[in-house]
Design a protein around this ligand. Structure first.
Ligand code: IMP
Ligand code: MG
Length: 181
């Protein structure tokens, strides 16, 4: 597979993603043995990670999705999370696993976790593909994280820039010239 011309370089190859996602899913699988968690994918960025992740789980799972919008990094952190698509299932008393593509400032997940706990979830576990530690502004940490990455804008494997590149099978660093022009 040739690299997309808008990529500076490939950060994580298909092979690296496949083996690490499998490893993390097996860890989660052990911990949730005997339970029946609600696995919540955050649209749209998590879709590819989500579909690879759930196929390595052996306990009975129920799938659900949410779409939320986070504000830019300059936005007030006290602002409430905007829900564009809510869950179909009631989380009251449920063990919830949130599956997210990337934790950047932490705004999205900090707010989402608080919201689901407020709605009565028995537990909220965060599983993320990528973690940009350097950018953290909110007090939130993933319970399971596939890769810590540097502060670079990345695309592919579900992640977009302006709704493009989600279908790339690898994680690539977007060329600065693409978003600086
Ligand atoms: P947070 O609320 O600041 O943690 O932002 C999380 C969201 O920002 C993610 O779900 C992504 O949609 C988006 N995001 C942050 N960094 C990147 C990136 O490098 N590439 C693509 N999307 C990103
Ligand atoms: Mg997202």
């Amino acid at each position: 597979m040739t690299m997309h011309p808008d990529c500076e370089r490939i950060m994580l190859s298909e092979d690296q993603l496949r083996s690490r996602v499998k490893e993390i899913a097996h860890e989660v699988d052990k911990v949730f043995k005997g339970k029946r968690p609600l696995v919540v994918g955050i649209l749209k960025g998590s879709i590819i990670f989500y579909s690879d992740f759930i196929r390595h789980l052996s306990m009975p799972v129920e799938l659900d999705f949410m779409a939320v919008s986070s504000y830019g990094s300059g936005a007030v952190s006290s602002g409430k999370l905007k829900i564009k698509k809510d869950l179909d299932r009631d989380v009251n008393g449920r063990d919830v696993i949130i599956v997210e593509d990337i934790i950047d400032s932490g705004f999205t997940l900090a707010n989402l976790k608080a919201l689901l706990l407020e709605r009565g979830a028995a537990s909220v576990t965060i599983v993320t593909l990528l973690n940009k530690l350097e950018r953290r502004e909110h007090d939130i940490a993933p319970d399971y994280n596939c890769f810590d990455i540097e502060n670079e804008f990345v695309i592919g494997y579900g992640l977009d820039y302006d709704e493009q590149y989600r279908n790339l099978p690898y994680i690539g660093i977007l060329k600065r010239s693409v978003y600086e022009k």
